[in-house]
Each structure stands twice: as C-alpha cells, then as structure tokens.
Design a protein. Structure first.
Length: 202
C-alpha cells in the first residue's frame, strides 16, 4: 500500500536534514494517524519501523508547531538534543511528526578537551620575574574589562568609544610607561597623533 503524500514529503525532509547533520543527526518520522514510526534516517537510537511513537513521552500537543528543543538519553547513555516539528494536512490537522535527534557525545568530549587545554592552574602569586610591572597585561585587562562593561568588543569600537577608552586609560596612568602610546595605538588601530589629540582635549 502506497504511503500518503504527507508521509513521503516528511521522509524527504528527514533524509535531507539527516544528510546535513551526518554523522551526528538522526531524523525519525512518525505517522500520527497510526502513532508509529514510519521512517528513520541515520538510525543511531536503535528504534525500528513500526515501533510505537510514544507521543506521551514528548508531551505532544496537537496545537504546537514545534516541540523542543529538549534533552534525552540514548540507549548507550549518550546525551541527545532533540526537536520535533508537526506536519499538517491541507485542513491544518496534525498528520505527522518529524523528530530531529543530535548526538552530543562527541561535542561533550571536544568541550572536555578544550576545557582541559584552556585551564590554567591558579598560583598564589604570579612569578615576579615575569609579571612585575608588566603594563602590557594591565592594559590588556583594563581594555577587556572596559569593553565588557560597555557591552562591546575591541573590533567593534566606534570612534567616540575609542576616545572614551583612551581617556579612561589616561585616568589609570596607562600612558606613563615607556612605549605605551605606541602599544595602545596599535591595539586600538589609532595613530599616535590621534591619541595625543584626545589627551589634549581632556
């Protein structure tokens, strides 16, 4: 017996999405009339065609268009991030459900590796021979804090913001160190003359 057109369309979408997310994505099509699984693209959840849809597990609401995102566990204990889209017929009746499951396990592993790599053991004091009077680091930290407080980033500073930042640095005596003007000019992509002009306007 041939499948209804809406099932065929849902299967096409499922195959396209699964191909895009390969190998991390699985897409399952549920027929809401029979409440069974009718298609699985890139199966990693060990479900079978004809299995019950178990819509109660999804808190399925016929009025919804999208359900999720939500998290669940796969059979092997891996985390899965899921979202479901309701397919409707020409009369706006829900007829199918397309469930997209993304396996987060490899992303979790990658995050753990990055966290380990980026972690810096906290020392009680910084080595005096390395950080004593390191005005570069102090300027970098001040600029980072200033841009964060002003909800911007160094590559998005307007001309007015650069002027305000230069004056804020002056208040902290950032220009007292030798060659600090050159360094700040490079960091803010300004000319030395421009910085001196800002300081004269104060």
């Amino acid at each position: 017996m041939s499948q209804p057109a809406y099932i065929g369309n849902a299967i096409n979408v499922a195959e396209a999405v699964a191909s895009l997310l390969m190998p991390f994505g699985e897409v399952i099509v549920h027929d809401l009339k029979t409440e069974t699984i009718v298609h699985i693209a890139n199966n990693f959840s060990q479900r079978d065609l004809g299995d019950p849809s178990n819509l109660s597990d999804l808190d399925f609401d016929p009025q919804s268009a999208v359900i999720g995102p939500y998290e669940k566990l796969n059979w092997n204990g891996r985390r899965i991030k899921s979202i479901s889209s309701v397919v409707r017929d020409q009369n706006e009746h829900p007829v199918a459900l397309i469930c997209i499951n993304v396996d987060l396990s490899q992303f979790d592993q990658a995050k753990q590796v990055l966290d380990m790599f980026m972690a810096v053991p906290k020392a009680e004091t910084k080595p005096s021979n390395l950080f004593n009077e390191d005005w570069h680091e102090q300027i970098n930290q001040f600029i980072k804090d200033w841009t964060s407080e002003n909800t911007t980033s160094i590559d998005r500073l307007s001309r007015t913001q650069k002027r305000d930042l230069v004056l804020a640095l002056e208040e902290k005596n950032a220009f007292s160190a030798k060659h600090s003007v050159n360094y700040i000019a490079r960091v803010l992509n300004l000319g030395r003359a421009t910085i001196y002009n800002y300081l004269k306007e104060k």
